[in-house]
Design a protein around this ligand. Structure first.
Ligand SMILES: O=C(CO)COP(=O)(O)O
Length: 258
């Protein structure tokens, strides 16, 4: 049976209201390829307007605070993201860890807050180049998962919470560099993540989607998506325009056909 790949654009700190035209164009492509699920995480300032502007794509946030409210200047809670129209949050991105000093326990608390508020979560993990070169890529990622995976009731009132969780494997050295791991490296890492998820959540661990992120473009998307256990892609630079993101969505539609 074919699967429905999930293609998510992380706009990072890019985009103003002028960019909504690009989002509308991406939405038109997404509406033509319903076998692909598409999401965009714009800056927080655009979530509300983007939600109004698009029909066929999920809109999400790029971070949230672990508390529900309080004296945290500049921060946004999971409930606020939801209120603005977001249905998911990207959490623990390596840029948040690097530039904002986010720790594994904080990332875990954010994941639990977001799931608790009814959002879906894309939890990001990935190794540095040094860790990859010294043969520690899989142990690094497994350690991040041990520390960051939310402690959740996998079933709640008939709803499967694990189905609202996705993992994005983003090797740090592949982000924005044009460098991508070999397909064998991607397959091995995704298999190792799957094993860890099943270990943690039992059978429900099979419902958690695993996305690949790091220099995904239209010309490498299909081969990456075709790897076992790759359920989608988290795309940075190439998600900013319809020209490149639309082409990735169309490539993903080929994967869905398999
Ligand atoms: O960090 C990323 C997505 O979250 C990947 O970014 P690039 O696609 O620009 O390499």
């Amino acid at each position: 049976m074919g699967h429905r790949p999930y293609i998510v654009g992380n706009w990072k700190m890019n985009g103003t209201r002028n960019s909504l035209a690009e989002a509308r164009a991406i939405d038109r492509v997404a509406s033509k390829w319903p076998q692909v699920r598409v999401g965009i995480a714009p800056p927080h300032t655009l979530i509300h307007a983007m939600r109004d502007a698009v029909d066929s794509i999920d809109v999400g946030g790029q971070d949230c605070h672990s508390e529900t409210d309080g004296a945290y200047t500049g921060d946004i809670s999971a409930a606020m993201l939801k209120d603005a129209g977001a249905s998911f949050a990207i959490l623990g991105h390596s840029e948040r860890r690097q530039y904002h000093g986010e720790t594994n326990p904080q990332v875990k608390a954010k994941c639990e807050a977001a799931l608790g508020a009814g959002l879906s979560v894309i939890l990001c993990v990935g190794e540095t180049e040094e860790q990859r070169d010294s043969g520690e890529a899989e142990s690094t990622v497994s350690g991040q998962l041990t520390s960051c995976l939310p402690e959740i009731a996998v079933e709640e009132e008939g709803e499967s919470v694990s189905a609202r969780l996705a993992i994005a494997y983003e090797p740090i050295w592949a982000i924005g560099t044009g460098r991508v791991p070999s397909l064998d490296e991607i397959k091995a890492m995704h298999a190792s993540i799957r094993a860890k998820l099943v270990d943690t959540f039992g059978e429900n661990g099979n419902e958690v989607r695993i996305l690949y992120g790091g220099s995904v473009k239209a010309d490498n998307a299909l081969e990456i998506l075709s790897c076992d256990e790759v359920g989608g892609a988290l795309v940075g630079g190439a998600s900013l325009t319809n020209e490149s993101f639309g082409a990735i969505i169309i490539a993903a539609a080929d994967d869905a056909r398999d």
